[in-house]
Design a protein around this ligand. Structure first.
Ligand SMILES: NC(=O)C1=CN([C@@H]2O[C@H](COP(=O)(O)OP(=O)(O)OC[C@H]3O[C@@H](n4cnc5c(N)ncnc54)[C@H](OP(=O)(O)O)[C@@H]3O)[C@@H](O)[C@H]2O)C=CC1
Ligand SMILES: O=CC(=O)O
Length: 318
């Protein structure tokens, strides 16, 4: 059987696949496998080990009759046509849980960095512009004791809430469904989307990218936020209307934003958002801790073996 791997992985990850199957692996870790090559190699492939930059869609399924497993090294699977896969009996695997803490850590780092202007302050020193201590120099927003509103209180949302408890924050959340257990253990209050926007000092978006969440943060939503509020997005860029976010930040309708994800990735340095001092931007590194990425790679690899051996995938999307 043939497995196509769309990024270069270390031998320790790939050798267990090589022991059993023919493996075709793209030669770069940091470059996307060209679409035409992916399509070419997928024609007789039994399984694909992919990531969030690969578009796995009908065009690919139609020309890959042997395909049995698509395993992505990510928890989000908005780049995969899951319904199309299921229709064809193709199993789809993803990597939840192992990246929850690392992504929650990065989310909280963005909360602190955006609220307390850390990147702006570090840049002042690098540019040799620090003149003296001053009473109101580089003052930001407090984090401790403030209200955090989590949109998408799932695995990562709950892990962010746990961190927020350590900062004595008041925790609000909004999901499509209530999570009574989380309300008890995390002392979180369920509120409507609008109430969350109106009351939160830190609005944190952690809902997946779906047709329902597309641009769920737009002009109307930013207008409802406090002028002193900080917006954090570690979910997907498609969940935000970036023009509306730019306007809200530029006109001080909101205080700041911390962003790990963008509508177009990689975002260009010319993008208007990146010209604003009150934007802290990261290149989609939510889960980028070495130990985490190794666990994700192992899990994604193991899903290939499980699927090709005819077993259920440990973390199957259905
Ligand atoms: N920046 C990065 O590097 C990373 C980003 N991510 C992103 O984070 C997302 C969340 O991951 P994870 O916590 O593991 O996923 P979960 O599925 O555990 O949580 C997602 C939560 O979002 C809620 N949700 C879904 N649709 C809506 C909606 N329309 N409105 C409000 N809430 C909604 C769900 O609750 P309910 O169904 O009740 O609405 C659920 O509680 C991923 O899908 C991915 O996009 C993940 C890892 C790393
Ligand atoms: O964005 C990352 C993911 O795992 O999803």
């Amino acid at each position: 059987m043939k497995v196509v791997v769309t990024r270069k992985f270390p031998d320790s990850i790939i050798n267990p696949l090589r022991d059993k199957y023919e493996v075709v692996m793209w030669e770069y870790e940091d470059k996307v496998m060209p679409r035409d090559l992916l399509l070419q190699e997928s024609k007789d492939a039994d399984a694909l080990l992919v990531n969030l930059t690969d578009d796995i869609n009908d065009e690919l399924y139609e020309q890959s009759p042997k395909l049995k497993v698509v395993s992505t090294m990510a928890v989000g699977y908005d780049n995969i046509d899951v319904a199309g896969a299921i229709e064809r009996g193709i199993k789809v695997g993803h990597t939840p849980n192992v990246l929850t803490d690392a992504t929650a850590d990065l989310t909280f780092a963005l909360i602190l960095a955006s609220g307390r202007r850390l990147i702006e302050a570090a840049d002042v020193i690098r540019r040799d512009e620090w003149k003296s201590w001053a009473p109101f120099y580089l003052t930001g927003q407090e984090v401790s004791h403030k209200t955090i509103g989590i949109i998408g209180m799932g695995r990562i949302g709950e892990a962010v809430a746990k961190r927020a408890q350590g900062f004595s924050m008041n925790i609000l959340y909004h999901n499509r469904s209530r999570k009574r257990e989380a309300e008890e253990t995390l002392h979180a209050s369920y509120v409507t989307f609008d109430e969350l926007l109106e009351r939160s000092d830190y609005v944190v978006l952690l809902a997946p990218s779906t047709p329902e969440t597309k641009k769920m943060m737009g002009h109307e939503q930013f207008a409802k936020m406090k002028k002193s509020a900080v917006f954090i997005n570690t979910s997907r860029g498609t969940n935000v209307d970036e023009e509306a976010l730019y306007e809200a930040l530029k006109t001080n309708e909101i205080y700041a934003a911390g962003l790990d994800v963008f509508d177009q990735e990689p975002i260009s340095a010319d993008h208007p958002l990146l010209k604003l001092p009150n934007v802290t931007a990261m290149p989609h590194i939510g889960s980028a801790a070495l130990e985490t990425r190794m666990k994700m790679a192992q899990m994604a690899r193991d899903h290939i073996i499980e699927g090709l051996e005819g077993r259920d995938l440990t973390h199957e999307v259905n």
